[in-house]
Design a protein around this ligand. Sequence first.
Ligand code: SF4
Length: 157
Amino acid sequence: MAEEQVKKRVGIFSLTCDEGCSIYLTEIFNQKLLGWLERADLVYFLSVKNKTDFSGLDIALVEGVVTSQKDKEELEKIRSNARVLIAMGTCAMSALPSGQRNTFTPEQKEEIREHTETYGFLPRALALKEVVKVDDEIPGCPISEEIFIKTFERYLT
Ligand code: SF4
């Protein structure tokens, strides 16, 4: 009897962003998911499923920017539960556009201080790699379909 292939546990996460990459990802999944389901188990993707357990992941795909303490703690938790963590989209790689505030003058920072304190924002908006080890990155805003497929399939094998 053929040995059953162990499926990779995959989670998809959103930090601060417009979730454009994960929305685009649902389009990619529409085309490719049936083939991938033989090799992947989508255990966490709040856009399409209502599961909250993401322990023991093989692959974590993370979009968005680390703007708040909550984002930072969530990213650290994802990292500690994932063998491979992939930054998905240009904002996760660069912290922009949220990171524009990192270059504000002291006067501009004072203007937004009340807002940043109210929402628990960090002093600087951070790219994922400034907080945790990132194993790979998929550029684009939203992500490049071609690079996503190539990168994702590499980690599925
Ligand atoms: S990279 Fe662009 S599309 Fe993707 S989540 Fe960030 S802002 Fe949205």
